[in-house]
Design a protein around this ligand. Structure first.
Ligand code: AMP
Ligand code: GLY
Length: 325
């Protein structure tokens, strides 16, 4: 597909409408291989990039996105956010023989379900915090009563970055458990709750381009997680990002590549769900070494806004190489 389109210049569809997607669109628009970038739904920033056009289709409207891809003879689809990945957009595109940058629904489950993610980490001996899952508040509260230190309370499913409560007291944890399991604060995403050991240390975002088998790690970045001066407020999805990270050197990247990325890609391939796209690992640098807090099955937002401007290679070439293995 790459050869066929190189002469005419490729049409690329970027799905999403955040700052992350603007960064992706900006980098793609610089590629000599790209004729046009369509963004669904995009934002005023993407609309202002030369050679880019917004189309008013939501990132989760899978049927409309497939239709658009056909109508515009799109050569490559790049999926920004997690929801369309978990909904199986890449699987649908693959069925239609359209190159797509992003993991399948089966591989995206690492982000889509925290209990699935935890089981995956444990069975593959990848370092992470201890945790227990519950579907009823009575069980969760009984477990909570036995803990000396308040745990981190996590809704199992996708909750737009708001499903994690870092409890300061047992009472905070109890309120969170009741809100999620009894009051349905996150709907279906909160049908199950994880109570996880609280980890301490600096947090870094490590992203890697993956082609199903191999990976190439990007420089580590950090994002500003907590609201308010002095990090006194609740966690957010990230309010800004920076590079270089003063806490992540080449040695750390090599360690994470060896202890996290390599076994993750090998296990996913062995399970019949090879990982293609960006794999993002959220790492806590604990006194016992780096531990996985989470996987994201996509570029970070806002981390992408500091990572992609550093890229010297052609992003379209990287996307095609990953998408086609
Ligand atoms: P997650 O969605 O699991 O990445 O959690 C969102 C944020 O909550 C993370 O980026 C951390 O800042 C924080 N967090 C999650 N799990 C833990 C943990 N076990 N210990 C301390 N902080 C955590
Ligand atoms: N900045 C955190 C995330 O993209 O999930």
């Amino acid at each position: 597909m790459a050869e066929a389109t190189e002469m005419a210049g490729a049409t690329v569809l970027v799905v999403g409408g955040g700052g992350r997607e603007h960064a992706i669109v900006w980098a793609l628009a610089k590629s000599a291989s790209v004729a046009e970038v369509i963004v669904a739904p995009g934002n005023p920033g993407t609309a202002a990039e030369p050679g880019c056009r917004n189309v008013a289709i939501e990132a989760t409207d899978i049927a409309a996105l497939i239709e658009l891809t056909m109508a515009e003879a799109v050569d490559l689809v790049v999926v920004g956010p997690e929801d369309p990945l978990v909904l199986g957009l890449v699987d649908r595109l693959t069925e239609q023989n359209i190159a797509a940058f992003g993991p399948s629904a089966a591989a995206s489950k690492l982000e889509g379900s925290k209990s699935h993610c935890k089981e995956f980490l444990l069975r593959n001996d990848i370092p992470t915090g201890r945790s227990q899952s519950f579907t009823d508040s009575a069980g969760a509260l009984a477990y909570l009563a036995k803990l000396v230190v308040p745990p981190v309370v996590k809704a199992d499913g996708l909750a737009a970055g708001k499903g994690v409560i870092v409890a300061e007291t047992h009472q905070d944890a109890e309120v969170a458990i009741r809100e999620i399991l009894d009051e349905g604060r996150f709907g279906e995403a909160g049908a199950e709750v994880l109570l996880e050991e609280r980890l301490h240390g600096a947090e870094v975002s490590i992203l890697a381009f993956c082609d199903g088998e191999r990976f190439h790690i990007m420089p580590a970045t950090q994002d500003h997680k907590r609201l308010l001066v002095g990090d006194d407020g609740p966690n957010t999805g990230g309010m800004g990002a920076f590079f270089p990270s003063p806490v992540a050197d080449d040695q750390l990247l090599a360690e994470v590549a060896k202890t996290v990325l390599a076994p993750t890609l090998a296990a996913l391939a062995a399970e019949g769900r090879p990982y293609r796209g960006v794999l993002y690992v959220g790492i806590m640098l604990t006194a016992e070494g780096p531990k996985v807090i989470e996987y994201n099955c996509r570029f970070g937002d806002p981390e992408t806004e500091v990572v992609l401007p550093m890229l010297e290679s052609d992003l379209y070439d990287i996307f095609i190489a990953c998408a086609t293995g």
